[in-house]
Design a binder for this molecule. Structure first.
Ligand code: UD1
Ligand code: UDP
Length: 408
């Protein structure tokens, strides 16, 4: 493709799990704006939903509320073991890609839908752009870590949300780093044929975090439209919000029971705990019924819509979570956070003092909670970009399209 080519760029976005619906929304919005401004080439976006998440409150509610493009394909893969789920996605995505023959495949985050989308595309020689690339927990027992590492190493362009992510990729041997629109390693990029650049040395760009774009775009709407606080009879800063869903916390009974015991011990009449139960966690709690200690100050609720979630986050006193997205949103909302894991990919939030690792041990969670509740921020840092990550991402994708012709 050359810069005067007016053939539309065809892009397929592959999503499947709750956070991916939220991440794709600002990117689709940026594409709409780009097309409205009559840029050339125009972009045609097709959304593919793998069906990994399927309950109304885990999927459709986000399409309704965020006015996300309707999926042209819903592959209906559903739940299962990792191999079963990823394999079924791979087979079904391949059929779609063979039919549609897009110029790019866009994948988000680190779920089984992410790695299946990337693998299906790269085997068909379709370049992959990975949004939220370069994140590492350095814990290979985490399914997401495997998904991230594999996806990064088969993508042609890596959109990192932070400098930490860029540094992680440099340590893994990536050399084509774009900084402020300039290639840091100009020699490598300019003196090699583009097929080499794209196949062996993908572009790495810190564009900022698309979740921050989504948060900023919806914060005021949440203020205006969400009635969740009054529905639950909650006052601002007089409750804690919690979510738990990681495999390591839901499938290990010891960790699960420790976490819920900590919730019971830390909650009080003055500061009840609002727990939004992922279906996986609801099932795990049912399996261990009778062993989980619950108090009247721990309220178990079904998953919230995105606007209700933002409203609950903004007004919480402390957020406790093992979610990647919720850790960051706590920081965006300037609410102290306790992460219910032994490590995190979002280490900037820890370094800035907003996030504290609680693991899955009652004592450690309680210590982290104490630190969180007494945290007084000194400075406000913008760690995740300027809220325009989606636009920057698109600019880079389009300019890469002009250079990637020889690999298609
Ligand atoms: C997945 C991602 C995880 C991400 C999370 C976001 C992988 C390996 N994990 O984890 O990275 O943080 O999504 O929420 O891709 N279930 C339902 N209804 C649904 C969806 C799930 O009942 O709509 C139940 C099923 O029992 C299922 C279980 O939840 O087996 C786990 O779902 P799955 O998609 O495998 O993993 P998540 O824990 O959701
Ligand atoms: N979220 C939501 N309702 C909920 C819990 C989470 O809308 O009840 C949103 C949350 O605001 C964030 C995203 O879902 O944007 C995070 O997804 P999740 O915790 O499922 O996955 P992770 O980020 O850990 O991959």
């Amino acid at each position: 493709m050359n810069s005067t080519d007016s053939t539309p760029v065809k892009l397929i976005s592959i999503v499947g799990a709750r956070p991916q619906f939220i991440k794709t929304a600002p990117v689709s919005r940026a594409i709409e704006q780009y097309n409205l401004n009559n840029h050339c080439p125009q972009i045609t976006e097709i959304l593919v939903h793998t069906g990994q998440h399927y309950d109304y409150k885990m999927s459709q509610v986000f399409f309704d509320q965020l006015e996300i493009l309707s999926p042209r394909y819903n592959l209906g893969v559903g739940s299962g073991n990792h191999g079963q789920m990823t394999g079924a996605m791979l087979a079904k995505i391949e059929i779609v890609l063979l039919k549609e023959r897009p110029d790019w495949v866009l994948v988000y985050g680190d779920t089984n839908s992410t790695v299946a989308g990337a693998l299906a595309a790269v085997k068909l020689h379709i370049p992959v752009a990975h949004v939220e690339a370069g994140l590492r927990s350095f814990n290979r027992r985490m399914p997401e870590e495997i998904n991230r590492v594999l996806t990064d190493h088969i993508s042609s362009i890596l959109f990192c949300p932070t400098d930490t992510a860029v540094k992680n990729l440099i340590k893994e041997g990536f050399t084509n780093i774009v900084n402020d629109g300039k290639y840091l390693n100009r020699d490598l990029f300019e003196n090699r044929p583009s097929a080499f650049s794209f196949q062996l040395s993908p572009l790495v760009v810190n564009v900022g975090d698309v979740m921050y774009d989504a948060f900023l775009a919806n914060k005021n709407l949440a203020d205006q439209k969400s009635g969740i606080l009054s529905d639950l009879e909650l006052k601002s800063k007089s409750y804690c919000l919690a979510t738990v869903h990681r495999q390591e916390n839901t499938e290990d009974p010891r960790r699960l029971l420790n976490i819920f015991t900590a919730f019971e011990e830390l909650s009080s009449a003055d500061c009840p705990f609002i727990i939004l139960l992922h279906p996986r966690t609801k099932k795990a709690l049912q399996r261990h019924k009778g062993k989980v200690r619950l108090s009247p100050y721990v309220r178990l609720l079904s998953p919230a819509s995105y606007l209700d979630m933002i409203a609950l986050e903004v007004h919480a006193r402390v957020i406790l979570t093992d979610s990647g997205g919720v850790q960051k949103e706590a920081y965006f909302a300037r609410v102290p956070c306790v992460t219910l894991r032994d490590e995190t990919e979002w280490i900037e939030t820890i370094e800035a003092g907003w996030n504290h690792l609680g693991g899955a041990d009652c004592r450690q969670i309680s210590d982290a909670f104490e630190k969180a509740i007494n945290f007084f921020p000194l400075e406000q840092l913008g760690l995740y970009g300027d809220g325009k990550a989606s636009h920057l991402l698109l600019r880079n994708l389009i300019s890469s399209s002009f250079q990637s012709d020889s690999v298609r």
